[in-house]
Unconditional design. Structure first.
Lengths: 412, 234
């Protein structure tokens, strides 16, 4: 391996490469293009993934939403088509029965006109527990979210969405402590939040769950519940179990698929993750295939070069070059070209990723968030490239050793 | 220095084989200046290739510097060429993208000599052939005669035992031919064995011993009187 650190070896290679600039450039472009594509595609795929992660970031992804509908099967003397309703009792039973539950947020929902002075609009009004903030992180612009005290005191307070604030208040007006009228009752605004990229509630106003139940006369009936599983538990299994418990509580046929509806976040996100995995596979496939094509181009061109340089190789042999030294030179040329091309490809790829980042990668709604390629992957790609360069260089190197000095010198 | 006994060489041509060398006996002592004369097809180039370890003989014995040449692999041949032989070709065979100095220094590179020493020695030899000022020029910036002198410097740089010249003046005009021959004479005067192949009478006339080859056999040898030498041990 000593020859690798010998400046003479590199002098020889430099001479050989400089001799034919066109072929050097064309050779380099082949591999450069391959690794460039790999870097850019991987970066873009990562950007896309980051973007999705960001969209779901504020959301407890191992969550399931459960609500009640009408039964589909007669059971224990009940006719089919019976209306089932979730109750606060169900919430207590589930909380006691399932250790796997991290959060359980019951909710009741209605639609109402909200008025502030002369301004008004129709919005969703949700009765919620403070725990909602942990299932669906609320980014507060002003004030606070609902708290346990509000629940206990059945306070007439509300947290409104930023758009609602804009519609009901003057610009830059401080809404905290002001009163808005919802269904003819005054509520004090305690907070303004900004809805995230993915928000199932849309532009909603939150009031304490207990207040909601009383004001809208819901007694113990609730609209639906959001359940988040503790880390490490299978949310899909939990969903099935909970629905069975609910069917038991409400005297519904265990086979009845319609009585309770549910929406499993994990399953939905799984679909997107699957898509991302597919994208990544495609990226790797395309990138590596292009890279291999590029390396083969190098091998091909070196093979032609060996033919072209038959005479030179013959001269070198006549003045004392051993077959090993000829082979070594051709292989090193191959490795040198591939690694130089690889480095350039990585640099250009990096520049493109940088441009991507500064154009579509930032702002409030980026297409590709933080498109990057990890150094490890780049280094591995680089190493693979060097190895491929060596392997492909073996073919022309072998051809070069077959050159007989006498035939080469006769070749006029 | 070079001792050849009953050397045979044939090349396959299709189904037949062409018998080029038909039993050559030749003994060249150290310090001789020998020319091999012959028309094209007489086998003189084949003889040079075998002597120069660029080709293998079919039958007979060949001793170079007392060493029997037999079943050489490419690596051994390369080492021996580098150690004992210097080549001068008709078409110069300089490497086009290397300067005169680099061309001269190349055999030393394959010998494994350090860069600085290599360059110093190469420059010394360029000076010897009168081209010190042209050291940094590429071959295509040199005249034919200059190129051949660079090639001679390259052949000499490893201090070989024998310089083998294949039609060294074949591509040169008469003036430069003379200057190249003068150079070869000077080298010989310093004690180097020089082995020239030519078909030009004027060139052969300047050597000390002329061996004429025709159809693969030696037809005359100006040192014939020294036949007795052949039987002498080296």
């Amino acid at each position: 391996m000593k020859f690798l650190f010998d400046s003479d070896t590199w002098q020889e290679i430099y001479g050989g490469i400089r001799k034919n600039k066109t072929r050097t450039i064309i050779t380099i472009i082949g591999v450069l293009w391959g690794i460039f594509l790999l870097v850019v595609l991987l970066g873009a795929a990562r950007g896309m993934e980051n973007n999705f992660k960001n969209l779901f970031g504020d959301f407890a992804t191992n969550s399931v939403f459960v609500w009640a509908q009408r039964t589909d099967k007669p059971f224990k003397g009940f006719q089919k088509g019976r209306r089932v309703r979730l109750t606060t009792n169900d919430v207590e039973v589930l909380k006691n029965e399932y250790d796997q539950i991290k959060f359980l947020a019951p909710r009741s929902q209605t639609n109402s006109t909200i008025t502030n002075g002369f301004k008004s609009g129709d919005f969703n009004v949700n009765g919620d527990y403070p725990v909602l903030d942990q299932v669906q992180k609320k980014e507060l612009v002003y004030g606070r979210f609902l708290n346990d005290n509000d629940i206990k005191l059945k306070s007439k307070v509300c947290v409104i969405e930023e758009e609602i604030y804009k519609q009901l208040f003057e610009k830059n007006e401080n809404p905290i402590g002001q009163y808005v009228i919802i269904s003819n009752i005054n509520y004090k605004v305690v907070g303004v939040y900004k809805s995230g990229n993915i928000d199932f509630d849309g532009q909603a106003t939150y009031i304490p769950f207990t207040t909601f139940q009383q004001v809208y006369n819901r007694a113990n009936r609730i609209g639906w519940m959001m359940i988040t599983a503790k880390d490490g538990y299978d949310i899909k299994q939990l969903e099935t179990d909970i629905k069975l418990t609910l069917k038991n509580l409400h005297k519904v046929d265990p086979e009845d698929e319609r009585a309770f509806g549910s929406f499993n976040m994990a399953v939905e996100i799984g679909k997107i993750t699957g898509f991302l995995t597919g994208m990544q596979f495609l990226t790797w496939f395309v990138g590596i295939a292009t890279l291999i094509a590029g390396v083969f181009a190098i091998g091909n061109i070196l093979l032609i070069t060996v033919k072209e340089r038959t005479k030179e190789i013959g001269i070198r042999r006549a003045i004392g070059a051993t077959p090993a030294s000829v082979r070594q030179q051709v292989i090193l040329e191959s490795v040198f070209l591939t690694t130089i091309a690889g480095m350039l490809g990585i640099v250009f790829g990096g520049i493109i990723l940088f441009i991507m980042d500064s154009t579509v990668g930032s702002g409030p709604d980026p297409t590709l968030l933080n498109p990057t390629v990890s150094i490890t992957i780049v280094l591995i790609a680089f190493l693979v490239l060097a190895i491929l360069g060596t392997l492909i260089g073996l073919i022309p190197a072998y051809m070069a050793t077959l050159v007989k000095p006498i035939e080469a010198l006769r070749d006029e | 220095m070079i001792r050849i006994k009953n050397l045979h060489k044939s090349y396959p041509i299709g189904k037949d084989s062409l018998h080029v060398l038909k039993g050559i006996d030749l003994h060249i002592k150290e310090g001789e200046f020998v020319s091999i004369m012959g028309s094209s097809g007489s086998g003189k180039s084949t003889l040079l290739n075998i002597v120069g370890l660029l080709d293998e003989h079919d039958a007979g014995d060949y001793h170079l510097n007392g060493q029997l040449i037999k079943n050489l692999n490419e690596k051994k041949a390369a080492v021996l060429r580098n150690k004992f032989l210097g080549f001068v070709f008709q078409s110069f065979n300089l490497i086009s993208y290397k300067t005169a100095l680099e061309n001269v220094a190349l055999p030393l590179y394959y010998k494994g000599m350090g860069r600085k020493e290599r360059q110093r020695i190469a420059l010394e030899y360029l000076d010897k052939v009168g081209l010190k000022d042209w050291a940094s020029h590429l071959p295509n910036e040199l005249s034919g005669g200059q190129k051949q002198r660079v090639a001679i410097a390259r052949a000499l740089v490893t201090k070989p035992k024998v310089v083998l010249a294949d039609e060294p003046t074949g591509a040169l005009d008469s003036t430069t031919t003379d200057s190249v021959m003068d150079l070869l004479k000077d080298i010989n005067d310093e004690g180097m064995t020089v082995f020239v192949i030519t078909h030009e009478e004027e060139v052969a006339a300047q050597t000390k011993r002329v061996v004429r080859l025709k159809d693969g056999v030696i037809i005359s040898d100006s040192a014939d009187a020294s036949v007795g030498v052949k039987s002498e041990a080296i």
